[in-house]
Design a protein around this ligand. Structure first.
Ligand SMILES: [Ca+2]
Length: 272
């Protein structure tokens, strides 16, 4: 993969180990438990009627009950509690994760849709990478490696061209458009930063995926990115399809994205 020469997100200096490699590690906590299962997977919910992909946020889903484990917590204390609660999960392996995405998780009536462009492919297997790819919302080149490379909570099907255009650029609001398709945009923002902007209906999903990733894998989100993501978390609220996907992922890897279960958690964290 060609990696544009832009700085990696900085480590959280207050907690990063001085001996940590110059990567994005926030704490020295080893990610040692990823191949284990949480005991007692929760019961599956009843099947729900498939919902069409919303062009605008559908009727808001009532937030699930506040989780008592997070009562009264904010900032790093909340991050720590969330990490302890959800980081343990099954490592599906990258091929395993991709197979799930293209054959069941994001396969609806035999079709898989790009979350950026809306393009669809008809498939019952992992398609050619010339057609559709697996998007790492948190890029592999910025730390989505090992178990993180196969973590379904931040993986989505994307058209190969759009996947390539996004590359490992940060997300942001495009002002000067260099490429656009179906609401997805690539270009520069008002500060001149090169950024990628997903279509409105995927903006909140991106934000909540990155909040999850930051929390589970101890990665810092740069301030410029975080400001936009928090706006998107509010703009594109959790809908039934996102809840259903969170439920389905739990059946595969035995953990949930708590920022989908309760989108207000993100506002209690001043600095991811
Ligand atoms: Ca959405």
């Amino acid at each position: 993969m060609i990696i544009p020469s832009r700085p990696l997100s900085a480590p959280r200096t207050s907690t990063a180990s001085s001996s940590a490699p110059a990567s994005t590690a926030r704490t020295p906590k080893a990610f040692s438990s990823v191949s284990t299962f949480e005991a007692g997977a929760p019961a599956k919910k009843s099947p729900t009627t498939p919902v069409p992909p919303p062009q605008v946020p559908v009727e808001d889903v009532p937030p699930s009950k506040p989780d008592p484990r997070y009562d009264g917590l904010k900032d790093q204390a909340l991050i720590n509690a969330l990490h302890d609660a959800v980081s343990k999960h099954k490592d599906l392996g990258y091929n395993g994760a991709r197979k799930i995405i293209f054959t069941t998780l994001d396969n609806h009536d035999g079709k898989v849709k790009c979350v950026y462009t809306g393009k669809e492919v008809t498939t019952n297997k992992i398609p050619s990478s010339n057609v559709m790819n697996t998007e790492h919302t948190w890029p592999q080149s910025k730390g989505a490696t090992g178990p993180a490379k196969a973590d379904l909570h931040h993986l989505f099907p994307t058209d190969s061209k759009a996947n390539s255009i996004r590359g490992n650029w940060p997300f942001g609001t495009v002002k000067n458009v260099k490429w656009t398709e179906n609401g997805a945009k690539f270009g520069t923002d008002e500060k001149g930063r090169t950024v990628f902007e997903p279509p409105d209906e995927h903006k909140g999903n991106v934000a909540r995926a990155l909040f999850y990733f930051s929390t589970v894998y101890n990665k810092h989100i740069p301030a410029d990115d975080e400001a936009v993501l928090k706006q998107w978390n509010t703009l594109d609220k959790v809908d039934a399809a996102e809840v259903k996907r969170n439920d389905a992922i739990e059946t595969y890897q035995q953990n949930r994205n708590p920022f989908v279960d309760d989108a207000s958690l993100a506002d209690r964290i001043a600095d991811f």
